[in-house]
Design a protein around this ligand. Sequence first.
Ligand code: SF4
Ligand code: SF4
Length: 461
Amino acid sequence: MAHPLPVIDEQPSSLRGDGTRNWVHPADVQGRFTRRRRMAFMVLITIYVVTPWIPIHGHPAVHLDIASRRFYLLGMTFNAQDAWLAFFLLSGIGFLLIVLAALVGRVWCGYACPQTVFLEGVFRRIERGLEGPRNLRIRRNAAPMSFDKFWRKSLKHIIYGALSLAIAHVFLSYFTSIPELFAMMKNNPKEHPEAFGWVASISVVLYLNFAFFREQLCLVVCPYGRLQSVLADKQSLVIGYDAKRGEPRGKVSDKHAGDCVSCNRCVVVCPTGIDIRNGLQLDCIGCANCVDACDEVMDKIKRPRGLVRYDSQQGLDGQPWRFLRPRLFAYVGLGVVGLGVASFAIQSRDSFEANALRLGAMPFVATEVHVRNQVELHVVNKSNETVSFRITSDMPAEYNIVISQQEVTLRALESAHIPVFATRPIGKHSPKGEELRLIVEHTGTGQRQETQIPFLSPKSK
Ligand code: SF4
Ligand code: SF4
């Protein structure tokens, strides 16, 4: 069994000893991993924005309609009674994220987490465009206020505010339809105070996060990052420094020195402000900036790339990498079970539900000649299209069944309560007990469901 990877858990790199913030100003970096990340950011932002606009079977591809308690996912429709499926779905996804961490460390954090996608893919790029590269930003921040500093900072924060508002609206579009969203944007906020309150609060939180809090979210709030030392082991692919090759550090001309020339490029490009040469740290989000930065340096001094690279701890220690290991099988097995159960349950879900319910106040009425039960048939259309249902009963001839609506048409996820009266003469009861049976049939597919409820009567009658 592989042992968890020892991870250095020091005081966060972006906090000083006295608890004050050590602001991180990452330098620009170019390289193959930076290009791949930018591509991933563009694809993901497009997916986030476009998904609510894609209609599948008349509903957005992903839409959580809280008011009607319905969830539309890629053409499937779920209602509140399907909430149990979410447990298996979420646990399956959770275990797959754990598999990802055990295999390739924090690739999710570096490439796909929305915090990274928007911070690195949008907000920091605007900052670089308006305030210049790292050294200029640091100099300008330290300088007294001037017209140049004022307009650059003001414009940056105005754009940040506008973008935060836009992202909050994109977020809201997952909970309301696009036409509703546009209608709300045009109308007075007093007409939809809840939606307005949500958008305003989310915009403020996003603005504060992307303008000020930034890497602190990953370092002190996110639980996934804190779990890394347990999820990763010595075989997980992480970003590490090859100390065997790099040490002792020295000048290029020094024949006894290793390959690290102490240029500090890997440190200044790091968005969490750490020095990867100190070993794997919890603050490392796996962005690979330091890999690109060091490769650039190695190219310049004509030494092989990969002094800082993707490798396992085992590989960095000069030992062979063992890809397949017991914990991986366990994580994959649990993930497959979760997703397997969820997808099987989703596939085998009935497209409608029928239940006979007793009205509480009067279970039955008995006269000298007959006994009557009144029940209510609850029919739910669980599909995402309008469907008609035929309601019948196959009770013996002595029962007189009156169904108040023998055919009912329901829109997607709509339900109906249909009163049913069942009467039989006195003395015709079965000593084994009686069941009132009702049959609901989907008129389109012919699919039938039978629902039963005890027929109640006084024992002697
Ligand atoms: S970028 Fe490479 S050479 Fe420069 S300090 Fe970092 S590890 Fe050493
Ligand atoms: S150490 Fe390297 S991979 Fe880790 S966060 Fe810093 S720059 Fe990114």
